[in-house]
Write a protein that binds this ligand. Structure first.
Ligand SMILES: Nc1nc2c(ncn2[C@@H]2O[C@H](COP(=O)(O)OP(=O)(O)OP(=O)(O)O)[C@@H](O)[C@H]2O)c(=O)[nH]1
Ligand SMILES: [Mg+2]
Length: 622
């Protein structure tokens, strides 16, 4: 049997609902839970049996309440058999045999978390917060340190807290982060797409986090980030740029402060967050969507200015991230500019929107370091949890909470999925193409599957005529430093020596010669029309985004219907107008044209064979 507890903000302390083996609890006349849970609670059951069916709907039905955290009573919510969290009551003077076993277990937990694990000390197998005396906790942490040393990992104490406040001798539990960069990897790696309305403070926040210097409120911090002259002149981000924030094995920030270079940062970081700074202005929406679809971000950070609240493209960006199923957290910026009440009003506005049926999110306001730890852990367990931070890039308020959060959030895909992707044939998505003096043609992008080594022979395409061309990867760089092996999920730039740049375009893929990629002009997708001013019918042209592909396509047919209206679903046949593309069934798709917007999924391809000369739009129409 297991218990579960959570606190609901906005409720008097004595009325905290405690969900416990089948006890019905009444809060304000509402029964919160009426189930009996037998057996152990693991991470999956926590999510499937409790969080999603009970807690989330409860919170949705009570928009004035917020899930705060689950640690205030004598139980924590989850006992994980799988995953990277380990509960240990105590680790005092283990025998040699037990010590070996503990070290092996730690290795396994690290593997589960792709290099990171969390140990909860003073907690029994069932998640009961028993607590340890100061002395026992000290010696347990020492053993934990020895275990980490044995497996070559580093440890950081995330937090210690007292349980059972009334006892004579205080009893404590400790939460510890264990980190070990896998042997074949330089650092742990996360990608965060940064979204939000124009002027909400995205670039500034990234400037402050990655350069370590506060902003002056007039755009000083973002100056370091601008790439183009016209951006400096207008102050507006138009293209996509990448910023890096590293953490060393002790959880300390490693950034450009103390005049470090990118190489230095890569050298000393054991975890690297790559931010994808996107444009807020509506004019650049295409590029923003491209950033979100093609760089496979692990998370999206939506920046909302405290003084304007949800304005401009905020809603649209939120919708895009949700359509693409990228987990979101929110940063309310510029709190130095307004009164506490205004900040609170913006937070409430966000909470309301997040809890709406269309969003189904559970907001979690972060106001202490403890909340930040909880937020990172809950966020990883259930992407519907949406942490909300309130910060200032000028006064620096609460930026430390954001750093705590970044240091702890684990990548969402688990080690098994990652392993499976790595076993597949190599596929690199080309997002950018450059010519670098003395190096030649260089492409930037993400390795979707497989691994890629220096010297690897691949084929790139499809060309306009549907061909794939041979090439050799001469060298690989990640974050401006050399890298010998690239793994699925990692972004990098690949040098292609003298390969003719004019043969390449964004949206191409570089794949193993053994792969026989299906390419097509025509494909079908199941779509939902999100917004359309008039009606959507055959002959209509839209810009289609699928992963790193962006091309105009014509609607060839709307199956079973003459036309589509806002909110309607249908299977639609599209045809690219310029060149065939490499597509996969199941890929998420977004399309737009002016005010028209829709999302969907590729359901069927009409492949062209590569030996056959591929048809062009003109031939087809003739
Ligand atoms: N007072 C105050 N000003 C801020 C803060 N954050 C950003 N600013 C200012 O707000 C302005 C806009 O910031 P940016 O970082 O360029 O905004 P952005 O979201 O990147 O805008 P786009 O890239 O155009 O979408 C700049 O003048 C910043 O100095 C803050 O926390 N407090
Ligand atoms: Mg910007």
């Amino acid at each position: 049997m297991f218990g579960f507890a959570f606190i609901v903000k906005g409720m008097s302390v004595t009325l905290r609902p405690v969900l416990w083996n089948g006890i019905d609890l009444e809060v304000g006349g509402h029964s919160i839970i009426g189930h009996s849970f037998a057996g152990n609670l693991n991470a999956v059951r926590y999510r499937e049996d409790l969080l999603l069916p009970h807690v989330v709907p409860f919170l949705q039905a009570h928009p004035d309440m917020t899930l705060q955290h689950d640690n205030a009573t004598s139980h924590i919510a989850h006992y994980a058999e799988e995953g990277n969290i380990e509960y240990k009551l105590k680790l005092i003077d283990p025998t040699q045999y037990r010590f070996e076993h503990l070290a092996t277990q730690m290795k396994w937990r690290l593997q589960e978390g792709r290099g990171e694990a969390v140990y909860q000390i003073g907690v029994d197998d069932n998640g009961m917060l028993v607590g340890l005396s100061e002395e026992d906790l000290g010696s347990s942490l020492k053993t934990l340190g020895r275990m980490a040393e044995k497996v070559g990992a580093d440890i950081t104490i995330l937090r210690e807290r007292e349980v059972d406040h009334d006892a004579d001798i205080p009893r404590k539990i400790a939460e510890v982060l264990i980190r070990k960069v896998p042997d074949d990897q330089q650092f742990l790696d996360l990608r965060v797409a940064v979204l939000g309305n124009v002027d909400s403070g995205k670039s500034t926040l990234l400037g402050v986090l990655t350069q370590g210097e506060l902003d002056n409120g007039r755009g000083r911090a973002r100056l370091n980030l601008f790439r183009h002259l016209h951006e400096i002149q207008t102050g507006r981000t138009s293209s996509i740029s990448f910023e890096i924030l590293g953490f060393n094995s002790k959880g300390e920030v490693v950034n450009y402060s103390e005049s470090r270079t990118a190489e230095d940062i890569c050298e000393s970081a054991s975890k690297m967050i790559t931010f994808i700074d996107l444009a807020g202005h509506h004019k650049y929406l295409k590029t923003t969507i491209f950033g979100l679809t093609s760089y496979c971000p692990d998370f999206a950070m939506l920046v909302v200015s405290a003084n304007t609240g949800i304005a401009g493209t905020t809603r649209e960006h939120l919708g895009l991230a949700m359509a693409l199923k990228v987990p979101i957290f929110i940063v309310v910026s510029k709190v130095d500019l307004c009164k506490r009440e205004t900040v609170e009003r913006t937070v409430r506005q966000l909470e309301r929107i997040l809890k709406q049926p269309g969003c189904n999110k559970v907001p979690l306001v972060v106001s202490t370091a403890d909340d930040a730890v909880t937020a990172a852990q809950q966020f990883a367990q259930s992407p519907s949890i949406t942490p909300i931070f309130t910060v200032s890039s000028v006064s620096g308020e609460s930026l430390n909470l954001l750093k705590v959060f970044f240091n702890i959030i684990p990548p969402l895909s688990n080690s098994k999925e990652q392993e499976e992707l790595m076993q597949q044939l190599t596929e690199f998505q080309v997002d950018e193409i450059y010519t670098v003096p003395d190096v030649g043609t260089v492409v930037g992008g993400t390795l979707y599957s497989g691994i890629c080594r220096e010297g690897e022979q691949l084929v790139v395409g499809p060309t306009d005529s549907g061909q794939f061309l041979k090439l050799t990867v001469c060298s690989i760089q990640r974050n401006r430093s050399a890298c010998r092996v690239l793994r699925a999920g990692q972004a990098a730039t690949l040098a292609l020596d003298t390969f003719d740049r004019s043969l390449l375009r964004k949206g191409m893929v570089m794949v193993s010669p053994e792969m026989n990629p299906t390419i097509c002009w025509l494909f079908e997708a199941e779509i939902v029309l999100l917004f359309h001013a008039k009606t959507f019918h055959k002959g209509f042209q839209v810009t289609v985004h699928v992963g790193n592909i962006r091309q105009t396509a014509t609607v060839k047919a709307v199956h079973g219907k003459e036309e589509l209206r806002t909110g309607e679903k249908a299977v639609v046949c599209f045809k690219f107008i310029k060149h065939p593309e490499y597509l996969k069934v199941g890929a998420k798709l977004l399309f737009r044209e002016g005010a028209t917007k829709g999302i969907g999924q590729v359901t069927k391809l009409q492949p062209v064979s590569r030996s056959q000369p591929s048809q062009s739009e003109e031939e087809d129409e003739a």
